[in-house]
Design a protein around this ligand. Sequence first.
Ligand code: PNW
Length: 488
Amino acid sequence: MAAPPIRKLPPNFLWGFATASFQIEGSTDADGRGKSIWDDFSRTPGKVADGRNGDDATNSYKLWREDVALLTKYGVKTYRFSLSWSRIIPLGGRNDPINPKGIEFYSNLIDALLANGIVPFVTLYHWDLPQALHDRYGGWLNKDEIVQDFTRYARVCFEAFGDRVKYWLTVNEPWCVSILGYGRGVFAPGRSSDRNRSSEGDSSTEPWIVGHNVILSHAHAVKAYREEFKTKQGGQIGITLNGDWQMPYDDSPENVAAAQHALDVAIGWYADPVYLGHYPPYLHQMLGARLPTFSDAEWKVVKGSSDFYGMNTYTTNLCRAGGDDEFQGFVDYTFTRPDGTQLGTQAHCAWLQDYAPGFRSLLNYLYKRYRMPIYVTENGFAVKNESSLPRDLAIKDTDRVNYYRGVTASLLSAINDDGVDVRCYLAWSLLDNFEWADGYVTRFGVTYVDYATQERIPKESSAFVVKWFKERTQPAVPDLKLLSKSSS
Ligand code: PNW
């Protein structure tokens, strides 16, 4: 009997791989780059698990042509990367000078991608705040300053690259920026009430202030794009949020409620303001006067400030009511089911297990609640102990292949069986790279990086992902909207 025909992805579906500036570029003081908050933080003993920093990373500031060649060989439709704010404006502020070398670096990268038929998908902010803004006025803690400085930085980027870049992300994962940077203190700038971690910070107020200011900064950058650039440049712009599927531990009403509370704090904190125009009621209840408020004029800028839902997701948590962690909405997370079995295969990081059905559930939840086209901008897996294997074993990354086999099946079901409007899927990551506080020991790449030589070696997962998407890609259909814009 003949095999059933392969079900396809929608026409013009974008797929590819993602990275971020600080995780791959290295060359932290080349060509006039200013310091970012991750420079000193990662150099401070005790902050990064393996004691290493971002000075070399995968050396992509020098080896970017190799990265483009790799993407071309893989045959991706799109590549997501981020711009280093402090390469472009070394001191970061609205009156500080622009660094032409920084502009030139990204301009060359964008041109090379386009020359190879790869759509650039650009993040403005993936956590590397210029250190000067943190020193000058407290960075994300200072609403009036940061909104203006971020908007000016965004304008500089639209001006320099917007003729060629049609997909923009303002901020990557504001939950991580706020909670991990200003609550738990495990990410730069490392502020926390936990005095074992930090000598500065107030975890009961700062994360919520930072989150609030990130939302407003994002929204003003979008307003600038829409008012000053969109008509001419015709691109899409939005924010991207991390958020894992939250599943009740069992059927008890308190655990069913807990799963929703976990979603409200992890996702709704950002998505409800941006797409619905209010903070989740649970956040008001939990924080009271500690939750900052927007004026009516600010809500007008915030509500509707994203052209799509940018979704980063990695795992599923089983949720139980209780616990004392406000950053999880007073919900306990576990991977152990009531019967003692594990939800899925354990990754190298404690917070990640492979559970593909959660990916489909999350897509359905987000589409029902926010009614936006969804761009999956990150999804991936770190194989346990991968970095202690010799490289010819490390590239046989069966756990990662299984992970991608599961989520791609879930993706196709969500689109074709459930009717969810998903337009893009980006796997994290193109390369093994600097995994923040985990250093280089945790590897998320579909391409192995031998850090001694910076050699890039495709893992089996890259072959799986590439083949899967190529087999399900339909012939492109011209985008009439873009065509009529560029010909007018
Ligand atoms: C994301 N968590 O970070 C980031 O966008 C990437 O830069 C990063 O490399 C990737 O996911 C893998 O970690 C996260 O603690 C960091 O749940 C931490 C968490 C989730 C995402």
